[in-house]
Design a protein around this ligand. Structure first.
Ligand code: ZN
Length: 166
């Protein structure tokens, strides 16, 4: 994917800010991983791709409409990109990574990007659920069953429960 777009595009920067605001730790430009994900979150075994709608052929999206000239050329080019994307995704998933795709059109604002990432990440979903006790408890339980190191996951869970029971 890195081959078809420049680094540090506006959507990438929004996605990074959103992840940072959610308290996620990540590296950028995952060299050595299939498709070179834009963000790598090793602690969550998660990678994030920020895809431009045109270059990556976002289906049903206005921004992915092809130019009127050289239709064959563009069709071929975009479908090759899509094929490469889907192969990278498959390989990453086989390696045990969770793959999150953020489309440029979905993350026009910081709020939208935060919401999209929260939906995909169990940890941040708990945090953004905030007020409701039942949701927090439920997700806390789910969280414990994941493969995260217990020393790290236990503490915030206990803390947030104590805070909620006040
Ligand atoms: Zn789109």
């Amino acid at each position: 994917m890195a081959a078809v777009k420049s680094k540090n595009t506006a959507p990438e920067i929004i996605a990074r800010r959103a992840a940072h605001r959610l308290g996620l730790r990540f590296r950028i430009h995952g060299r050595g991983l299939p498709g070179r994900p834009d963000m790598v979150l090793p602690k969550h075994r998660t990678v994030i791709f920020v895809n431009g709608c045109f270059w990556h052929g976002h289906e049903g999206c206005d921004r992915s409409r092809l130019p009127k000239s050289n239709v064959a050329f563009w069709t071929e080019k975009i479908s090759r990109n899509r094929l490469r994307d889907s192969r990278s995704r498959t390989r990453l998933e086989e390696m045990g990574w969770r793959v999150i795709i953020l489309w440029e059109c979905e993350i026009r604002t910081l709020e939208a990007a935060s919401a999209r990432i929260s939906v995909e990440m169990p940890l941040t979903r708990r945090r953004s659920a905030g007020g409701s006790k039942s949701i927090a408890t439920k997700v806390g339980r789910t969280k414990r069953s994941t493969e995260k190191p217990p020393a790290i996951s236990k503490l915030p869970t206990k803390l947030s429960r104590r805070r909620l029971s006040r």
